[in-house]
Each structure stands twice: as structure tokens, then as C-alpha cells.
Design a protein around this ligand. Structure first.
Ligand SMILES: Nc1ncnc2c1ncn2[C@@H]1O[C@H](COP(=O)(O)OP(=O)(O)OP(=O)(O)O)[C@@H](O)[C@H]1O
Length: 300
């Protein structure tokens, strides 16, 4: 099955559970060909957003569209979804299950079998096709779950924590598959608590805090927007040597090493001149904050 790939648009969705506001006007677009990492604390609303995006849960208000069309039953069949609760039949054989799921999404039997064989090979579970799912380790069950999301050649991928519990080799395979799908024009949305991975893999990142989208942007831009850190090793510098420099905040000093936060008004060469005015400078290192640093600041 080949689809024209369009964007997945999550447009101002709101969801309440009794008195709990799980989502409060969440919007984000996942563009064709991009990998968007969805991050946020436990309970922030990622799973709820993804379930609504797939159409298995109704929003109280707002809309989700794929290629401009509201997500209905037909559109749902074109989405590859990996649910957080993992929706496999534990007693069914891996191969039968994947073929069944592919047929359920519209593939004919022969094509479904071919796709099952191809993805099982790719994801390293080909030797397990005749085993029941619950005979597999958790990580291998997860590979089956990913195969289930991919086996019908979906037009969009929505994956809830696909990397949790995978060994490093499986993480690499999964990363390659997501990159490949994105290169083929598929919009890919996945949630994760592994921020180093999100930083490495994603084009853009969306950070959700308590049901509201706090930040959406290119990973590099979001990191730069958080300001730059500068580590200066000036052993003779007196306390307060960097005070008053425009755009500079002192984050801490330890053993003659001062960490400074620089906003866009700061000039690193002025900082260097001020440091040199105190004596020798043995180290001067600019560091863009990692996604993990940024995330801590955003959710704090
Ligand atoms: N079926 C439900 N009934 C009541 N409250 C719910 C239900 N599902 C989710 N919630 C609440 O909605 C909020 C968002 O939960 P959600 O599972 O979307 O978070 P999450 O970001 O996926 O968290 P995690 O990282 O722990 O998986 C939480 O406050 C949660 O307790």
C-alpha cells in the first residue's frame, strides 16, 4: 500500500478526566519526513495526546488531521501505532499475529506474509516467528510490537516510548528504521524519556508540561535558545570577577573554574578580556546546553 504522505496535525486538543485536565489546548504538527520527539514528565499528557492522534480516544475539543483529513476509521488504518500498553495477543504466534495485523490494515494475505517476513528479518525476530509472543523476552516483544506498527506500510508513525527496554543494538536498529521511514516522507512522532536519544535522532522536539505544550522547535534551535554555557578556568580571578558583564550570569565557581550562562546580549570576547585582566586563563570552553539540561530548566 502506498500513500501520499501529508502532515499529522494535532490542533488545540483538550481532554479532561473528571477534575483532571490531562490536555489543555495541545497543538503540534508532525511534518512529512521529520522525526518529532515528544518529551515530558510522567503524567504530562504524552500518551493521551498520542491516543487521541490515533483516534482511539476522543478529545473533548480540538481536532487531529492527517494530510488535511480528520482522523476517522479509514485514516486510522494508515497510521502505524505502537501503544504504551503494548497491544499484542500473548498466546498467538508472532508470525500469525503480524500477518493478521497487516491484513486487518488492508493488505492481502500474500503481501501480508511477505511484509511479515521482511520486518521480522529487519528487526531480528525472524527465528521467533513460530513462537507465541509471551515466550519472548520483553525487549523482543517490543521488536514484535514495532514490526506490528510497520507491517502495513503506514503513512504516519505514532510510537509511544518505542525505545524503552531495548538493548543498544535494538536501539540502533529502531533508530535506523525511523530515519529510513522519515527519509521516505513519513511523519514520525515518538515519545521518550531518553533525551540523549531524542537529541541525536530527532529533527524537532516538543516538550509538554502538565498538559500544555511548552516548547516545539528544531532540536538545535531549542538548545541554542536556552543560552550558552561558558566554562572559564582563571585560577587567580577574585570572586565576582564576571559580575556586571552584559548578558552574563554566574552559575557557580569551583576550584577557580567559573561556569557562566550567556544570553544573546553577551559577548564571549568581553568575558575573555575580563578573565585575562585577572591573570592567566587556562581554560575557556563554550558549551551549548544538552536537551537534558534544557528539559530540566523547562520542567523545573
Ligand atoms: N483513563 C484515565 N483516567 C483518569 N485519568 C487519566 C487516564 N488516563 C490518563 N489520565 C491522567 O491524564 C494525565 C496524562 O496522562 P498520560 O498517560 O497522557 O501521561 P504521559 O505523559 O504519557 O505519562 P508517562 O510518561 O508516565 O507515560 C495524568 O494526570 C493521568 O493521571
Amino acid at each position: 500500500m502506498t500513500h501520499g504522505n501529508g502532515a499529522l496535525e494535532i490542533d488545540t486538543i483538550t481532554k479532561r478526566y473528571g477534575d483532571t485536565v490531562a490536555l489543555d489546548g495541545v497543538s503540534v504538527d508532525v511534518r512529512p519526513g521529520e522525526i518529532l520527539g515528544f518529551v515530558g514528565s510522567n503524567g504530562a499528557g504524552k500518551t493521551t495526546t498520542m491516543r487521541i492522534a490515533l483516534g482511539v480516544l476522543a478529545a473533548d475539543s480540538g481536532q487531529v488531521r492527517l494530510d488535511g483529513r480528520p482522523v476517522d476509521l479509514d485514516v486510522r488504518r494508515t497510521i502505524g501505532y505502537m501503544p504504551e500498553e503494548r497491544g499484542l495477543y500473548p498466546k498467538m504466534k508472532v508470525g500469525e499475529q503480524l500477518t493478521y495485523l497487516a491484513e486487518l490494515h488492508g493488505l492481502r494475505r500474500a503481501a501480508a506474509r511477505r511484509a511479515t517476513a521482511r520486518w521480522a528479518e529487519r528487526l531480528g525476530i525472524a527465528a521467533r516467528l513460530t513462537d507465541p509472543v509471551d515466550a519472548l523476552s520483553l525487549g523482543n516483544q517490543q521488536r514484535v510490537q514495532l514490526a506490528a506498527a510497520l507491517v502495513h506500510d503506514p503513512a504516519v508513525l505514532v510510537l509511544d516510548e518505542p525505545f524503552s527496554g531495548l538493548d543498544p543494538v535494538a536501539v540502533d536498529v529502531m533508530s535506523d528504521v525511523l530515519r529510513e521511514k522519515a527519509r521516505a516522507g513519513v511523519p514520525v512522532l515518538f515519545s521518550s524519556h531518553q533525551l540523549d536519544l531524542v537529541q541525536r535522532l530527532c529533527d524537532r522536539v516538543a516538550i509538554i508540561v502538565a498538559g500544555r505544550m511548552r516548547t516545539v522547535g528544531a532540536v538545535a534551535e531549542v538548545r541554542r535558545g536556552a543560552g550558552v554555557r561558558l566554562e572559564v578556568h582563571a585560577p587567580a580571578a577574585p570572586r565576582g570577577w564576571a559580575d556586571g558583564l552584559p548578558g552574563v550570569t554566574v552559575d557557580g565557581t569551583l576550584d577557580g573554574r567559573t561556569t557562566l550562562l550567556l544570553d544573546r546580549h553577551a559577548n564571549d570576547q568581553d568575558v575573555l578580556a575580563a578573565a585575562l585582566a585577572t591573570g592567566p586563563v587556562h581554560g575557556f570552553t563554550l558549551r551549548t546546553p544538552s536537551l537534558t539540561d534544557l528539559y530540566r530548566e523547562v520542567v523545573a
